[in-house]
Design a protein around this ligand. Structure first.
Ligand SMILES: Nc1ncnc2c1ncn2[C@@H]1O[C@H](COP(=O)(O)OP(=O)(O)OP(=O)(O)O)[C@@H](O)[C@H]1O
Length: 341
């Protein structure tokens, strides 16, 4: 039996790299990524802006211009490599078997079309439903994503809806054909906190009902803690730590993960600002990214060069929990005088 069937793995990324051509030269935005998305599971991909999260999503969906992009590795879905698909093959998968929810619902919707027509477009493309069946499905979908008056909303234009309702419509479009996989790129970033919680509830409900696998891309660790089963932390195009949410949040090992978690306020506790310690600096642009060694080393200069691997690899701490580079063994927060772990 193939691994895909055995482990309930829906999507498998093997050694995926994506580089963009800038001034005649190619630079990696995603480097040698290995990941699996399983049925009934929410996998969160986290990291600061610019670390390659969206590029990973658009690579899976085949949304890059081949004239200025190099992609290598494998994206296995139903035993076939999506990276080898032509545009026609990808169009059959996109929207039908893999749905995508983008960050900004307003730009993802056509301002000139009523909501019903926008949801019907995907049904027109991928199904043989009659007009009546399509209308019924639109209403059913709007109801499923928590729209209170589906008939009324179906008839409205995007500008007549609130941000939260527009995002619900985007989710309705993404799930219209009951995809096996949903990729949600910062689905709640543009929304206020109460609406965020509602949208995440909708996503979780859909995942349970449709048994889908969800890739949730976010920089918000609160969202991850609330929602995800598995977490992959990205830094400068690489996965630096992965494991279950309990493993990564309960026992973070990579300095970058620990820095991200340190910068996250803990519940309602009165947190002293000095304790919100963030490692200084930011994700380098792809042209400035170190191409060898540990890409995070420059941000933790107090860790000796010998503590880093020359060619960092993933190390398994306990089954399922992996961390990149041996430097995690020597890492401590310098300014807090934290003892070594
Ligand atoms: N089409 C492109 N051409 C050149 N560089 C790109 C392109 N798309 C992304 N990049 C660069 O690749 C790196 C990763 O960008 P990406 O958008 O994937 O990161 P991200 O983690 O999703 O950040 P954000 O949350 O801000 O979207 C960045 O340095 C970005 O400037």
């Amino acid at each position: 039996m193939s691994r895909l069937v055995e482990d309930n793995v829906l999507l498998e990324l093997n050694d995926v790299s994506t580089s963009f051509k800038i001034s005649g030269q190619y630079y990696d935005a995603v480097s040698h990524v290995n990941l699996e998305v399983k049925k009934d599971e929410i996998l969160a991909i986290v990291g600061e802006s610019g670390c390659g999260k969206s590029t990973l999503a658009t690579t899976i969906m085949g949304l890059h211009n081949p004239d200025v992009t190099h992609i290598s590795g494998q994206v296995l879905f139903e035993g076939r490599d999506l990276l080898q698909f032509d545009e026609k093959g990808l169009n059959e998968v996109r929207g039908a078997k893999i749905g995508m929810i983008f960050q900004d619902p307003l730009s993802a919707l056509n301002p000139l079309k009523r909501i019903e027509d926008q949801i019907k477009e995907v049904l027109d493309y991928h199904t043989e439903m009659t007009a009546k069946e399509k209308h019924d499905r639109v209403i059913e979908l709007l109801d499923q994503v928590g729209i209170v008056n589906p008939e009324r909303t179906a008839n409205q234009f995007p500008h007549e809806l609130s941000g939260g309702m527009r995002q619900r419509v985007i989710i309705a479009i993404a799930i219209a054909c009951k995809p096996d996989i949903i990729i949600a790129d910062e689905p709640t970033t543009a929304l206020d906190v109460t609406i965020q919680v509602q949208i995440l509830d909708v996503l979780r409900g859909i995942q349970r009902e449709n048994h889908a696998g969800i890739i949730l891309i976010t920089h918000d660790l609160g969202v991850v803690a609330e929602t995800a089963d598995e977490v992959a932390v990205m830094y400068a195009g690489e996965i630096v730590e992965r494991g279950t949410t309990e493993q990564v949040f309960g026992d973070p090992r990579h300095p970058y993960t620990r820095s991200l978690l340190r910068s996250m306020p803990q519940g309602d506790q009165d947190v002293d600002n000095d304790d919100l310690y963030v490692i200084q600096g930011s994700v380098p642009s792809i042209e400035r990214m170190p191409q060898t060694g540990d890409r995070f080393a420059a941000r933790i200069p107090w860790i000796s060069a010998e503590a880093h691997e020359e060619n960092p690899t993933m190390h398994e701490i306990v089954p399922g929990h992996q961390v990149r580079c041996t430097c995690y063994k020597e890492f401590y927060f310098k300014s807090l005088g934290e003892s070594r772990v």
